[in-house]
Write a protein that binds this ligand. Structure first.
Ligand code: UDP
Ligand code: MG
Length: 166
């Protein structure tokens, strides 16, 4: 079944100049990239993204990590990959959560580390199942930023203050 999955190259991945390596590894899947952007991670976005981990002892440090507070690069690269078994294929190349337990040739096994504070800096995020993927993709992207029509969307009229070219 064709499915979509959210991938984030986390601030440590950007700081370590791993973008090219990671995209090359992910291209082995032959999946399509349906959306991509570099974006800042606000406290609100970080908290919402990791809300299922709010009761964990590492939660506060995890928010600081994903916001880029440890890596001077206060940004992540967010992407949507789309295609047959996308979630499983990406998770498999990403490797296990704990970089020390991850297969040594997986992305996390190759490039991740555990900090002295116990945070797994594992350079990449990948959705774990279709429900999580849908929730995360809708959190990180607007419908028009994605090439595929993944989920139902509607037209709304909204007057929002936004930055424009001067
Ligand atoms: N994490 C951590 N310590 C843990 C578990 C998770 O630092 O004991 C971090 C790690 O960066 C991980 C993120 O929290 O990628 C989200 O955890 P989750 O359990 O969702 O793992 P994932 O889906 O990213 O493999
Ligand atoms: Mg997860």
């Amino acid at each position: 079944m064709k499915e979509a999955t959210l991938v984030l190259i986390k601030p440590d991945g950007l700081k370590k100049s791993l973008t090219g390596n990671i995209l090359t590894r992910l291209s082995e899947t032959k999946l399509d990239i349906s959306a991509a952007k570099i974006t800042r991670v606000t406290s609100q976005l970080a908290t919402e993204h990791y809300k299922h981990l709010a009761d964990k002892p590492f939660f506060k440090e995890l928010l600081r990590y994903i916001k880029g507070e440890f890596h001077e690069k206060r940004k992540v690269m967010a992407m949507v990959y789309f295609g047959e078994d996308a979630i499983g294929k990406i998770r498999s190349i990403a490797g296990e959560t704990n970089p020390e337990e991850a297969d040594s040739v997986s992305i996390r096994g190759q490039y991740g580390r555990i900090t002295t504070k116990g945070v797994y800096e594992n350079v990449i995020h990948a959705s774990t199942d279709p429900e999580e993927a849908e929730r995360e993709i809708k959190l990180w992207f607007e419908p028009d930023e994605i090439i595929e029509d993944l989920y139902p969307a509607k037209d709304i009229e909204e007057k929002v203050a936004k930055r424009a070219w001067a």
